[in-house]
Write a protein that binds this ligand. Structure first.
Ligand SMILES: Nc1ncnc2c1ncn2[C@@H]1O[C@H](COP(=O)(O)OP(=O)(O)OP(=O)(O)O)[C@@H](O)[C@H]1O
Ligand SMILES: [Mg+2]
Length: 590
């Protein structure tokens, strides 16, 4: 019972609130149980013998009890809702933090959509069950057993009726819920399906239009939509059946009570007041049975959600800081790959074997290779996005596994292969601080943009570096996005107020592909004057981008097949010559 485990884990830290909720709920139920008995006394001892002062007195007592009842209920619901929402917030935060500590591999195991659903929908589901527990689950048994006890007090013989009616209602609810439970599961899957389709259509809207896929997409959506409607109709039908059926049983039971009580009253074995009280208790018992039934249905759903959350919490992140991490020397430092190998989990073959590379301060190291040869995989090894499965990766002479990943990552600046911008402003994107302007140093932001050849277009924007960036940078062109992403990396390589450069390694993962040749050349020509003597690592497909590098590595299917300067490789490396001739002929053809 994962749900109980998660719930208890939280509640034991909230003992005060939990105790108060139970006390208030108990008080509320006890008061509800006393009310009908007082009412019976008013009828029997007040109205029938026309004892008006007693009616006033008992009426006053009832009013007092009613006010207390309201206060208890308000308090219980307020505390219950507050505690349940706090649990929700805590679960969401915990799940989010855990997902943040995931390595690329861990994340891959789940996939983004389910991580999103789990952090939002499943948390809500758990929260809902806990809330219901506070309001219903504590109350139902008290009300049920209390009701039976009080009913027997009023009239024991009449209570034989309960032996027939309660199981009858119980059976009805049991069967309806047994039919409902699997349908709720199907409903959940169908909602997921709608979500998936919607996501796909929103993100792929351009592709869908360009390839005129609207009709196919519409059909897919219609089908999913119809399936969801069907299951909802079935659920609606079951509910629509249950309510009147339960009312029918309760109605017949009340009629039977009146009929039998009529005889008892006639014979002088029962009083009229007791009859009204009895009917009220009967209603309470029935309510309790129905509420328990709903709880029985909610609980497994909540438990499924709790299990889905627990799965995330149970993951032991595959990349994490060692118990006592070493710290890096001050820069500039050298980074090395020493015989590094990489095999992705589940893959049959290693993507990288025996990679030896050194990134020396002040030097430009380049990597070229066809698509899928493993270039981005090499880059992933450096900041420990994934750990090498063989060999060693070192920073400043220390194996990266002995460092805190946070410190390691703070010492490099990466321009990823696909430009990614956050919503905010250009300044907040470049400086990487959430509350943009305040924390960013505008001069440094400007220099970074200049270095990335982005200043020319940012300067033309009305608000300059404070111009708004939409989520994913959708309001910029591909090349503009790429240049802002480059500026973000360069920003970390510029000296801060105290003259210290944060990053010691600047990595470009095929980041010049969306730039035209001239911008590309200008950017590289000016780069050194901005970033000083840190190590630069350029991954590219275009020969022109890397031909001036101090050392070029040629990657072919995960193996380095050549290294040296452009001129050397032109003579010694066949793969390199092929790449060069393919690109030259392409250029000549134009
Ligand atoms: N997370 C992953 N899990 C399993 N295999 C992966 C993963 N990421 C990449 N690969 C595989 O590793 C190989 C190399 O991928 P990588 O992204 O390093 O190529 P690349 O050289 O950067 O290509 P491109 O020039 O297209 O960017 C590919 O065959 C790819 O299928
Ligand atoms: Mg790549």
């Amino acid at each position: 019972m994962t749900l109980l485990h998660i719930g208890w884990d939280f509640l034991k830290r909230k003992k005060g609130a939990f105790g108060a909720i139970i006390a208030l709920q108990t008080l509320h139920v006890l008061l509800s149980l006393i009310m009908p008995a007082i009412n019976a006394r008013i009828i029997d001892d007040g109205i029938l013998p026309e004892n008006v002062p007693l009616i006033w007195r008992l009426g006053g007592v009832m009013l007092g009890i009613a006010i207390l009842q309201i206060l208890a209920m308000v308090g219980a619901i307020y505390l219950g809702a507050k505690t349940a929402m706090e649990l929700g917030r805590e679960l969401r935060a915990r799940t989010f933090r855990q997902v943040q500590s995931f390595s690329a591999t861990d994340q891959h195991k789940f996939g983004a959509p389910t991580l999103i659903t789990r952090t939002t929908n499943d948390v809500t589901q758990v929260q809902m069950v806990i809330l219901l527990t506070f309001t219903v689950m504590i109350m139902a048994p008290l009300m049920g057993f209390g009701g039976v006890f009080m009913a027997i007090q009023q009239n024991a013989r009449l209570s034989l009726l309960l032996i027939v009616v309660v199981p009858l209602l119980g059976a009805l609810i049991f069967f309806v819920i047994r039919a409902l439970a699997p349908r709720y599961q199907i409903q959940q899957k169908r909602i997921d399906r709608i979500n998936t389709l919607l996501r796909e259509q929103l993100t792929g809207i351009r592709v869908i239009r360009a390839f005129v896929r609207q009709d196919t997409e519409r059909e897919k959506f219609d089908k999913a939509n119809k399936n969801l409607r069907d299951i909802w109709l079935q659920i609606g039908f079951l509910w629509a059946f249950m309510m009147p059926a339960a009312n029918l049983i309760i109605g017949i039971a009340s009629a039977a009570v009146v009929w039998f009580a009529g005889h008892l009253i006639e014979a002088g074995d029962m009083q009229v007041g007791a009859l009204t009280a009895y009917i009220t208790y009967l209603m309470m018992i029935m309510m309790a049975v129905m509420m328990s039934g709903m709880m029985v249905m909610m609980f497994p759903r909540g438990d499924v959600s709790a299990k889905r959350l627990q799965e995330i919490h149970d993951v032991d992140p595959s990349v994490k800081a060692p118990a006592s991490p070493k710290s890096l020397p001050s820069g500039p430092i050298t980074f090395e790959l020493d015989g590094a190998c990489l095999q992705y989990p589940g893959a049959e073959e290693p993507v990288l074997s025996d990679i030896n590379m050194t990134f020396t301060p002040g030097k430009v190291t380049a990597l070229i290779g066809s698509t899928g040869s493993g270039k981005s995989s090499i880059i992933r090894l450096l900041p420990r996005i994934i750990d090498a499965t063989g060999g060693e990766v070192r920073a400043g002479g220390i194996p990266v596994t002995e460092l805190d990943p946070k410190e390691l990552r703070s010492r490099m600046a990466l321009v990823p292969q696909t430009a990614f911008l956050f919503s905010g402003t250009i300044a907040s994107n470049v400086a990487g601080s959430p509350s943009s302007e305040a924390a960013a140093d505008p001069e440094r932001v400007k220099r970074a943009l200049e270095a990335a050849q982005a200043w020319e277009f940012v300067d033309k924007l009305e608000k300059g570096i404070d111009a708004e960036v939409e989520s994913g940078g959708k309001n910029f062109s591909g090349g503009q996005r790429q240049r802002i992403t480059i500026a973000r990396a360069i920003y970390r390589c510029l000296p801060d107020e105290s003259g210290v450069r944060q990053a010691d390694l600047l990595i470009f993962d095929d980041s010049f592909s969306a730039l035209d040749f001239i911008t590309d050349a200008r950017l590289r020509a000016g780069l050194r004057s901005f970033v000083g003597d840190i190590a630069v690592f350029i991954v590219a497909q275009r020969i022109s981008t890397i031909r001036e590098a101090d050392e070029i590595h040629v990657l072919d299917a995960g193996h380095v097949v050549g290294r040296g300067r452009h001129e050397d490789l032109m003579e010694t490396c066949e793969t390199y010559q092929e790449i060069v001739s393919s690109q030259l002929s392409a250029q000549e053809a134009r």
